[in-house]
Design a binder for this molecule. Structure first.
Ligand code: SF4
Ligand code: SF4
Length: 380
């Protein structure tokens, strides 16, 4: 069978600038070189993961060495790059300063922009939810998507498709969570619709050091030594899941992509270039504690056993600084500070884990239902 979707892999063990530069160039050469994606004069939006004002060693944001290597390629091709994102916490500029991307941007004279204006581009497919995206992203000739390989409390992993959610501006992110409620597949479908609308020309993933456990904001850095790239972020995400020993269809975004006919999910129709997948396999990866089992359990069983099969956020009073970031971020407004502790109304909680994602002190932990805890010991 003819395979037209390609995913390029290369190993790269650390963030030493020259090594990352060589690896990124090799990766792009496997896909036809930077000229296959960027033409002279193109305005190019570089979209890293700039989730929070954390240092590069925390593995929260895309590493500056990867952003630098890609910027150098874009400049070499004659593109006009800007770096942009709309993070859940802080601002693109503030987070870029903290993680070191600001310094490389200044060195290369590339502006960092905040996404400020939302543009209604229609309804999100059958969901009918207004699809409002950053004008700056919609206006770019080319988008280069630079996700970080991380776990995610709500949708298991944040990889290539999910990274485009940063093109939804600030407060509107909460509205998307509210609209989807507890239904991960509904949220994943919206993510796929954002990805399809913006259609990044290239996705290049920073998996040199990824994040496992309670990602995407409070997990543990995990050295993996991988860079991956593709014109098809769906195919790239499928290959990453495969490398982690997981069926790609366990990722809600890939299930939705398959249903919507977006990208390539089937591994036997994806050509892997460069490093052999077997050489890179990611073993014993720690999944988020919040990953529950609802995607594998019939609705009626889930309803009966909901609290014992679900995971909820729970603050650790020894770490909580009562900063109220989670209180303000919660789309359901179910977090309250009462005296010296935080109370979460779990009956109304939609388990989006925005509170955990955005807690700047790593204080929002996960409480697993008793049955979930026992089953996960034997499965994930
Ligand atoms: S964001 Fe974190 S530290 Fe701040 S109040 Fe919430 S749990 Fe506490
Ligand atoms: S408490 Fe946390 S997980 Fe629950 S709805 Fe609010 S932000 Fe989402």
């Amino acid at each position: 069978m003819m395979m037209t979707t390609q995913v390029a892999l290369t190993s790269c063990q650390d963030y030493e600038e020259a090594a990352v530069e060589t690896s990124v160039r090799n990766l792009l050469d496997l896909l036809g070189g930077i000229g296959a994606f960027v033409h002279p004069g193109d305005s190019v939006l570089i979209k890293p993961n700039l989730l929070a004002p954390k240092p590069s060693g925390s593995a929260v944001n895309t590493h500056p060495a990867v952003v630098r290597a890609v910027l150098k390629q874009v400049l070499k091709a004659g593109g006009r790059p800007v770096i942009g994102d709309s993070p859940g916490l802080g601002s693109a500029k503030k987070n870029a300063v903290r993680c070191g991307i600001d310094k490389i941007a200044r060195d290369l004279e590339v502006p960092i922009i905040e996404f400020r204006k939302s543009v209604l581009v229609g309804k999100a497919g059958k969901s009918g939810f207004p699809l409002e995206l950053a004008e700056e992203a919609l206006n770019a000739n080319v988008i280069i998507n630079l996700p970080k390989l991380k776990t995610h409390g709500q949708v298991l992993m944040t990889l290539g498709v999910k990274n485009m959610f940063g093109c939804v501006i600030g407060i509107r992110k909460a509205q998307w969570h509210l609209k989807a409620g507890v239904n991960r597949d509904a949220f994943a479908k919206m993510l796929v619709e954002i990805y399809t609308t913006l259609s990044p020309a290239l996705t290049l993933m920073d998996g040199i050091v990824g994040m496992e456990g309670n990602g995407p904001g409070s997990g543990t850095p995990r050295p993996i030594g991988l860079l991956a790239a593709s014109a098809d972020a769906v195919a790239l995400d499928a290959v990453i899941m495969h490398l982690m020993g997981m069926d790609p269809l366990r990722l809600p975004t890939l299930r939705s992509a398959k249903k919507l006919g977006v990208g390539e999910v089937s591994l036997n129709r994806i050509e892997i270039l460069g490093e052999k997948a077997g050489k890179i396999g990611i073993r014993d990866f720690k999944w988020p504690e919040s990953a529950d089992l609802e995607w594998r359990i019939p609705d009626f069983v889930m309803k009966m056993l909901k609290s014992s099969l679900s995971a909820y956020p729970e603050s650790d009073p020894t770490l909580c600084k009562q900063c109220e970031v989670c209180v303000k971020a919660c789309p359901q407004q179910v977090i309250k500070i009462e005296g010296d502790h935080l109370r979460i109304d779990t009956r109304r909680c939609i388990r989006c884990f925005c509170c955990q994602e955005l807690c700047p002190h790593g204080a929002m932990k996960t409480r697993q239902g008793w049955l979930l805890k026992r089953i996960k010991k034997r499965s994930l």
